[in-house]
Structure formats: structure tokens, C-alpha cells
Ligand binder design. Structure first.
Ligand code: FMN
Length: 387
């Protein structure tokens, strides 16, 4: 077992083990990837205040997200095609999250279905919904999540249409992969991945295949999103879905103060400040830069969560100290999964936890509640002056 000290170690291993098409799918942003890069580099601009001679004993990273106890203020973000990073990937990641005590969010575009994950886990997970043109399918999907006892619905608002990711187009991304000469040549090097894939039946979009008719190519993310995602989604529709669900609702993909106020009006339980990990609108500001203006806009009336760019426990600390109630990790757990399956996701969570815990102590804090803007050194113009 390799010694894993940081998320980058898992990323390097994942690159070696996961077929190029799926590694690239995770490791890319849209167009020039400016937003993808700035999601991480903007975290680096924030510094921490070192404090000394403070009792560091009895520390705890325990917190709550939407009223649910969490071992640290982190949830696993919904990630499409997780089951292509490693066989049965969604089940493996959900198990690791459950053991660690943090929420797992299943994507609509998962490989393992809602029912697959529910059968293989004990605690309720969260379900992420993409809104569909086909109203009957949408209604059934919500009902399936309810039947599986999912404890929150995460509605993603920033992907009615897919941002262009160059690598995916060049690689001909599909699930399962199409056997072109290039793919076969690459798979020859990824024998471990291939052997595990041969042992599972879960190789297509589990929530879709067999549940909906009239898709030209059910293995293609591009044709599915173009043909099925609802381009007409608006706030009235969000209110309708919230009503249909009847439980906790988290709105994902808020990056603007106006939209945050709309989310508040519609009665969401939480919002996720997110730019989809830099995969949608390239040129948008990073999530961490938009956090303060959004917190100001909602004035503590709703939980504000954040994702996009979290690669360390210090990033979690920075987001929480700035005012986020919780954070989500996308690529950080995907690297772990691609590297070592369930053990890799556990390793990713342990790395983040350790970094958070030790950094908290060195900032003179023993509890998450002690993480306030006071522990941070934020450049004066961090939110920027944009016209
Ligand atoms: C490979 C990949 C697939 C994703 N698929 C989805 C998805 O199906 N639904 C969704 O709401 N967000 C999806 N996202 C966005 C994540 O939920 C999250 O917003 C993003 O990964 C956070 O950024 P980070 O990867 O820098 O942590 C995806 C992200 C990645 C990297």
C-alpha cells in the first residue's frame, strides 16, 4: 500500500490506473479551463493566522449540514460516471462516506442506479437531480429517490446545457467506452481497471438505461444531455419540484447574489456556491471568491455550502471560516476512487480530515464553531471590483 500524504498522491495513482478517457473526463474544465484553474489558485491567496499557547486538546471537526450530523463539514459531491473511475464506483464511494460519517450525493448521471446504492448501503444518501424535458421520467426519478429513502434532493441548476470540454470530445467519451483502436491501446495498460470492470454488470447509465425510451445513443453523455435536459428550467419549475419532493432541498450551482436571493425566496434549505468545478461557464469567478458576496446577499437566512476547488483540509477550513456551513469534494474523492477504490475514497477523507484537524489546532481552534473570519488573512480586494 503506497504512503498517501495528500490528495495529489491519489491523483497521480488515479492517472496511472484509470483509462485516459475517464481520467480526462474528471480532470478537465470547459474551454480554456480558466475557472477550473482559479477554483484552486484562489484558495491559495487566502492565508491563515498562526496562534500559539492555546490548549489544543480535545479537538473535534464534527458539524451539521442541513441539520444532519457530519464527522467534518464535507459531503461527497455528485459526480457523473463515477462507476467508470472504478467498477461499482458509486457503491464504493457511498460506503466510504458512510463509514466516515459524511453525506454521499448520487448523481442522476451515475453508473450504479439509485436502487443499487440503496441496497448496498445502510444510511440514507442524498440524490442529485438534473431536470428533464420528459416530465413523466422526471416524476418517476423523484419517486425512485423517495422510495430509496434519500434524505435530501440536490437540484443542479448550472447544467441545462453542457459546457464544452475539449478533451471529452477528442476522446469520444461514452459509458461503456466504445472500442476504438485508441481506446483498446489505452485499456491494454489499464488491466487492473479492466479486470474489475469485467466482474460487474454496472457499465451503463444506471438511472437511465431501461427507464426511458427514445434516446439515440444511451451511452453518450452528450446526446443524453442535449436530448433530455430541460432547457426551460426556471424558478417556477424549481418550486414545483420542491413541492413534488416534499423533503430537504439543496440548490446547486449558485454563483450570483441575485440567484442566491431567488433561492432563498423559493424556500431552499441550502444553496451550494458552485461553478460545477469549472466545467460549465469558463470565465466565471471561482466559488471561493463569490462566497462572501453571496453570504452578504442571503444574510444568514439559509445555509450556504460551497464546492469547486477543494483539494485540502486547509481549503475546507478557509471556506468554513469565511462562512460556509459545509463543503463538497468532487475530484478529491474521484482521484481516491480511481487510485484504490473504496480504500482510496477513505484515504482521501482521512487526508482531508487530518489536514483540517491539525490546521485548526495551529490556528488556535478546537472546534468547527471557532472557525470564523478571524482565523483568516484575506487580501483586501479578494472579492474583486468587477463592473
Ligand atoms: C467528473 C465530474 C463529473 C461531475 N458530474 C456532476 C453531476 O453529474 N452532477 C452535478 O451536479 N455535478 C457534477 N459535477 C460537479 C461536482 O458535483 C462538483 O460541483 C465539482 O466537482 C466541485 O469541484 P471539485 O471537483 O474541484 O471539487 C461533476 C464534477 C466532475 C469533476
Amino acid at each position: 500500500m503506497p504512503v498517501i500524504t495528500c490528495i495529489d498522491d491519489l491523483k497521480r495513482l488515479a492517472e496511472r490506473r484509470v483509462p485516459r478517457m475517464f481520467y480526462d473526463y474528471a480532470e478537465s474544465g470547459s474551454w480554456t479551463e480558466q475557472t477550473f484553474r482559479e477554483n484552486t489558485s484562489d484558495f491559495d491567496q487566502i492565508r491563515l493566522r498562526q496562534r500559539v499557547a492555546v490548549n489544543m486538546e480535545g479537538r473535534s471537526t464534527k458539524a451539521q449540514m442541513i441539520g444532519q450530523d457530519v464527522a467534518m463539514p464535507v459531503a461527497l459531491a455528485p459526480v457523473g460516471l463515477t462507476g467508470m473511475q472504478h467498477a461499482d464506483g458509486e457503491i464504493k464511494a457511498a460506503k466510504a462516506a458512510e463509514k466516515f460519517g459524511v453525506p454521499f450525493t448520487l448523481s442522476t448521471m451515475s453508473i450504479c442506479s439509485i436502487e443499487d446504492v440503496a441496497e448496498n448501503t445502510e444510511k440514507p444518501f442524498w440524490f442529485q437531480l438534473y431536470t428533464m424535458r420528459d416530465q413523466e421520467y422526471l416524476r418517476r426519478l423523484i419517486q425512485r429517490a423517495k422510495d430509496a429513502k434519500c434524505s435530501a434532493l440536490v437540484i443542479t441548476l448550472d447544467l441545462q446545457i453542457l459546457g464544452q470540454r475539449h478533451k471529452d470530445l477528442k476522446n469520444g467519451l461514452s459509458a461503456p467506452p466504445k472500442m476504438t483502436a485508441k481506446t483498446i491501446a489505452n485499456l491494454a495498460w489499464k488491466w487492473r481497471w479492466g479486470l474489475q470492470m469485467l466482474q460487474t454488470k454496472r457499465r451503463g447509465f444506471g438511472n437511465i438505461v431501461g427507464h426511458v425510451d427514445g434516446i439515440d445513443d444511451p451511452s453518450s453523455l452528450f446526446s443524453w444531455t442535449a436530448e433530455q435536459f430541460d432547457p426551460k428550467l426556471d424558478w417556477a419549475k424549481i418550486a414545483e419540484i420542491k413541492e413534488m419532493w416534499g423533503g430537504k432541498v439543496i440548490l446547486k450551482g449558485i454563483l450570483d447574489a441575485e440567484d442566491a436571493r431567488m433561492a432563498l425566496k423559493v424556500g431552499a434549505d441550502a444553496i451550494i456556491v458552485s461553478n460545477h468545478g469549472g466545467r460549465q461557464l469558463d470565465g466565471a469567478l471561482s466559488s471561493i471568491r463569490m462566497l462572501q458576496p453571496i453570504l452578504d446577499a442571503v444574510g444568514g437566512q439559509i445555509e450556504v455550502h460551497l464546492d469547486s476547488g477543494i483539494r485540502s483540509g486547509q481549503d475546507i477550513l478557509k471556506a468554513v471560516a469565511m462562512g460556509a456551513t459545509g463543503t463538497y469534494i468532487g475530484r478529491a474523492f474521484v482521484y481516491g476512487l480511481g487510485a484504490m477504490g473504496e480504500a482510496g475514497v477513505s484515504a482521501a477523507l482521512e487526508v482531508l480530515h487530518k489536514e483540517l484537524n491539525i490546521s485548526m489546532a495551529l490556528c488556535g481552534q478546537r472546534e468547527i464553531a471557532g472557525l470564523t473570519p478571524d482565523v483568516l488573512l484575506v487580501p483586501e480586494d479578494f472579492s474583486g471590483r468587477w463592473q
